[in-house]
Design a protein around this ligand. Structure first.
Ligand code: MOS
Length: 692
């Protein structure tokens, strides 16, 4: 019997604390004797620091210390070159954190940071990605461990021989993660032990990194991330703020709070790389693809290599015997790009799903039908069967709900007053991965249960979903179950990233709860005072998973209207239908899906990091000048999901839903703009000046 908690809509457990302001974020824990850190960004793009003069800052009231490469605590060079901070007088990009001021108040710290004098020897820099950049090279692999290039059959011959050819190059600009809560940390050292309250997507790896950097045992480090105000990937690995706060706290011998400013989030925390993507599709007159090639170019920094897996989406999405994908990278004098919601799939799907629309037009085939015609029977990349693949069902159900059948395929056919109206569609997909985790379940005397796992709830509702899963696995009323997440004192688990949080953590929770039920069944007499606890790790089970291709799928539909005089684009309607396994909590699932779709709308119309080569940095590095989609830009947005039972995933049968919502959305909108206006925009964002 199950209590049926999974599948029920439930508001976030911590919602009341959040809206009443009692939920504590990283720099909000009350603390005696606390001090404040403020980072100093480099004012040069590339070069060497020749002199740091801290005196004007130290003379200011309240300033306690200025940390820089000359005096900061030493950390290990072997952990992560991104975290080797304040160790060398080198500048690799404008805005790199080169000093930290610590003061008795946040105002004094900020003023102190303004007063630190730093001189630089500068060198010429290169910060703009171009398709013919002389430094382009082939990385050994791309993000998430995918092979850099793949090839099947003979693309060139098949493309040349194809009746219908599409050969288009698409460009996406840099996009900046902007979680509501910035990267923020409170760090305190007590007797050689480090306690940090940190805003991150997973505190287990943060603890590992801090222990290694400072050369102390992991048991001496505790990282708490009880509440996190978003991350979108930028907090998916240990980043500068937590390291700088820990250094500063050690240096001054007092607790330090350090939060980045909004401006400081533009660059040093990671961002989505700009991409240049050439997509070629060769098909017969009916739109059946014979040849597909996706060549992607992106950038990394001088500090480390991050290679966006832009073309990976194309490897498994549609059929076609002759296929090739490549990735090339240029190392520029820029901050290191990093994860941003669906790294790889998001920009890659914009290109491929746009090219599919171009192919539909070229063949005169409906774009929904074109995708159905190119449905593969097995994963064209790996040759494995799919554990479940319901893209066609998403397209069909989406078309029905959207009213696609009434569409006149001719561009510029619909007009209402000054508005030109068009509709577009795109496919969507995201891998359904898991990683190992550990959880404990405890039965307490009196009938309550406690479930512990170091999951991270970055605002998604993960805590609530795991609580529902635990109640069902324990066969207990949910109100008797308590769930604890967000603390390295809890059993270790992976980050909230790659849309594999709930799938991975729920697996461990289920196993711990099942183990506890077994234990209780064999227990006689009263429970001990501290209860009965069972711990479970999924390491062996995860390793033993069958080699299948596991993906969630979706279909994105958009209706846009474009002002015939000004070129203003409005998105009248976005509709997504997804097949993503079981939905644990419809309330929080819907929030993830429409959140991702909104971010896709933002990508289509608004977001654009504008880089000035003379200055060597983005000129729009705040939310006044870096445009994002706001509530008024979202007129009607709908997310639906299909019932999907997939026994080859994990005990809860869930696929991740955090990222798939952004995949394909920008293409659906660009395709709708093409339908409305006849103009194909191949470089995002779709600004009005590109339409008139
Ligand atoms: Mo997500 S970009 O994998 O945190």
């Amino acid at each position: 019997m199950s209590t049926g908690a999974v599948g029920q809509a439930h508001p976030r457990l911590e919602g009341p604390e959040k809206v009443s302001g009692t939920a504590r974020y990283a720099v909000e824990y009350p603390l005696d004797d606390v001090t404040y850190g403020w980072v100093v960004p480099a004012a040069a793009v590339r070069g060497r620091i020749t002199r740091v003069d801290p005196e004007p800052a130290l003379a200011a009231p309240g300033v306690l210390a200025v940390l820089h490469h000359g005096n900061a605590p030493r950390v290990s060079p072997d952990v992560d070159s991104e975290l080797y901070l304040l160790q060398e007088p080198l500048v690799h990009y404008r805005g790199q954190f080169v000093a930290v001021v610590v003061a008795a108040s946040i105002e004094a710290a900020r003023e102190g940071a303004r007063l630190v004098r730093i001189d630089y020897d500068t060198e010429p820099h290169s910060t703009v990605l171009t398709a013919d950049h002389p430094g382009l090279y082939r990385p050994d692999q791309v993000n998430a461990g995918y092979p850099t290039d793949t090839a099947e059959g003979d693309f060139d011959a098949a493309f040349d021989a194809a009746e219908v050819q599409v050969d288009s190059t698409y460009r996406t600009p840099a996009y900046h993660n902007n979680p509501m809560e910035p990267h923020a940390t409170t760090a305190q050292w007590h007797d050689g032990r480090l306690l940090v309250h940190d805003s991150n997507q997973g505190s287990t790896p943060v603890r590992t990194a801090l222990a290694a950097l400072f050369g102390i045992p992991e048991e001496s480090v505790r990282v708490v991330n009880e509440h996190v105000g978003g991350g979108f990937g930028s907090k998916g690995s240990p980043k500068a703020a937590v390291v700088l706060a820990a250094m500063a706290a050690r240096h001054v011998g007092r607790p330090v709070r350090l939060a980045l400013t909004r401006q400081q989030l533009f660059g040093p925390i990671g961002y989505r790389t700009p991409t240049i993507q050439r997509v070629r599709l060769g098909a017969d007159a009916d739109g059946r693809i014979a040849a597909v090639c996706h060549d992607a170019i992106s950038q990394s920094s001088q500090i480390t290599e991050f290679a966006e897996q832009t073309a990976v989406y194309t490897r498994s999405m549609y059929a076609g015997p002759h296929r090739r994908t490549t990735h090339r990278l240029a190392r520029l004098d820029v901050p290191t790009p990093f994860w941003m919601r669906a790294p790889g799939e998001c920009p890659g799907a914009y290109a491929l799903e746009s090219a599919m629309d171009e192919l539909a037009t070229a063949c005169g085939v409906d774009p929904v039908e074109l995708r159905i015609r190119n449905e593969p029977t097995v994963d064209p990349d790996q040759g494995h069967p799919f554990s479940s693949r319901n893209l066609v069902a998403c397209l069909t159900e989406g078309a029905r709900r959207f009213g696609w059948a009434e569409r006149n395929p001719r561009p510029c056919a619909r007009r209402e007053g000054q508005w030109m109206i068009g509709t577009g569609v795109a496919g969507s997909s995201y891998p359904a991965r898991v990683r190992a985790a550990t959880a404990t379940a405890t039965a307490l005397p009196g009938g309550d249960f406690l479930v512990r796992i170091n999951a991270a709830d970055i605002g998604t509702g993960a805590r609530t979903a795991l609580w529902q899963v635990a109640a069902d696995a324990l066969d207990a009323p949910p109100e008797r179950v308590r769930i604890l997440v967000g603390d390295t004192d809890l059993p270790p688990a992976g980050v909230a990233g790659g849309s594999m949080g709930t799938s991975s953590w729920s697996w461990a929770v289920v196993r711990a709860c099942q183990g506890l039920r077994d234990r209780i069944a064999h227990h006689t007499g009263e429970l001990p005072a501290d209860g009965l606890t069972v711990e479970a790790s999924t390491r062996d089970e995860v390793r033993a998973q069958r080699p299948l291709s596991r993906y969630g799928y979706g279909a994105q539909f958009a209706e846009v209207r474009v002002d015939a005089d000004t070129g203003e684009v409005r998105v009248s309607r976005l509709l997504g239908v997804f097949a993503v396994g079981r939905i644990v909590n419809p309330t929080t699932a819907r929030s993830q899906l429409i959140g991702g779709m909104t971010m896709g709308l933002s990508m289509a119309l608004h977001e654009e990091g504008v880089l000035d080569e003379r200055y060597g940095d983005w000129v729009n590095h705040d939310l006044a000048t870096y445009h994002i989609t706001a509530c008024a830009d979202v007129e009607r947005i709908e997310a639906y999901w299909l019932p999907e039972e997939d026994p080859d995933l994990n005990p809860c049968g869930v696929k991740g839903i955090g990222e798939i919502g952004i995949v394909g959305t920008a293409a659906a909108i660009a395709n709708a703009v093409r339908h409305a206006t006849g103009v194909r925009v191949r470089d995002l964002p779709i600004r009005l000046d590109k339409l008139i």
